[in-house]
Design a protein around this ligand. Structure first.
Ligand code: ZN
Ligand code: ZN
Length: 343
């Protein structure tokens, strides 16, 4: 059987190509991808000249599928398991992991060199995942088993948007019950942050977006207001100068600003330090909500199954893998919450 993947070439060319997928090495697993969300970070990779990934790049990092083969020494997984792929696992040995902070691991492990172009060139999978493909190979710890009852189109969202949004609220910011929260940018990650704020027991959840359609959707996911107002926490899922400045201006005394969205290269802001000092403003950076896949994915999947989290409502379009280009267009024009591709 020939395998396929969406490959970004050095001069910005993107195409669905035949790829070669090698057998998993020791500690690795081969996963057949059954669903992959189209996330903004893939667009960021395209627009920011690979975003540090050596070319050619295999796109996609929000995937779920079935384990098809196990490398030597893999424990805790079996062929046929439904898994969500994790781009932010902990290595267990870096200085951050060693001091007991695996959620901030500096060197998430990757499977090396298993994915090739048909001419033998080694592909770099986006965020060590490479899910715009029929198969991929990842470290076993980057494949987290979830119940098969959760539809795979929903399960894949746990791998990035849902983990990032929900865990930015629960883990990075540790929003307390009764807190007032604003979320700037109401796409899939923003709606996940809104759901996280609802789970945390926030008393007010303000959705902020330039797109009226997204504000209407946000109220269905738990937003209580659709206009700015004073808050204790701001989650900036956009990451532009304008959203940063707006977010800082909304914070009450002792408030916390959380930068979640990826900014374009070179983006800068100016801060008035006396004001920051007087208001005791805190600024945090969230890398994917500091999620730890083995702890958080099963919990998020359970919440999806018991109705605490609405994932079904976030999958507004499904399409075959060869419609990746239309999926990026739909994301850019804001006509979808999430497109999920089915390789
Ligand atoms: Zn993502
Ligand atoms: Zn580490």
């Amino acid at each position: 059987m020939t395998e396929h993947g969406v490959v970004l070439g050095a001069r910005g060319s993107i195409a669905l190509e035949e790829i070669e997928v090698g057998a998993p090495g020791p500690g690795e697993v081969l996963v057949r991808i059954e669903a992959t969300g189209v996330c903004h970070s893939d667009l960021h990779v395209i627009e920011e000249d690979g975003w540090g990934h050596p070319y050619p790049v295999l796109l996609g990092h929000e995937g779920a599928g079935t384990v098809e083969a196990l490398g030597d020494g893999v424990q805790g997984l079996a062929e046929g398991d439904r898994v969500v792929l994790a781009w932010k696992t902990a290595c267990g040995v870096c200085s951050t992991c060693a001091r007991g902070a695996p959620r901030q691991c500096k060197r998430p492990p990757a499977a090396a060199g298993r994915l090739l172009r048909s001419d033998g060139e080694v592909l770099t999978p986006v965020l060590r995942s490479g899910t715009f493909a029929t198969q991929t190979v990842v470290p076993a710890r980057a494949a987290v088993r979830v119940p098969r009852e959760l539809p795979v189109e929903q399960a894949c969202l746990i791998g990035c948007a849902v983990a990032t949004g929900v865990m930015s609220v629960l883990e990075t910011a540790k929003v307390w019950p009764g807190a007032r929260v604003a979320v700037i940018g109401c796409g899939a990650v923003g709606l996940s942050a809104i759901q996280g704020a609802r789970i945390a027991g926030a008393s007010e959840i303000r959705a902020i977006d330039l797109d009226q359609r997204k504000l209407a959707t946000a109220t269905q996911f738990g937003a209580t207001h659709t206009e700015p107002g004073p808050v204790d926490f701001v989650f900036d899922v956009v990451g532009r100068r304008s959203t940063f400045e707006q977010g800082i201006s909304l914070l009450a005394s002792g408030g916390t600003f959380v930068l979640v969205g990826l900014s374009p290269g070179g983006e800068t802001v100016e801060l008035e330090l006396p004001k920051l000092f007087a208001k005791r403003t805190q600024i945090l950076v969230s890398h994917g909500g500091d999620h730890l896949p083995h702890e958080d994915f099963p919990r998020l999947a359970a919440w999806a199954l018991d109705g605490t989290l609405d994932l079904a409502g976030m999958v507004t379009r499904t399409a075959p893998l060869d419609e990746w280009s239309e999926a990026f267009d739909a994301m850019k024009d804001g006509s979808v919450i999430r497109t999920v591709l089915s390789p």
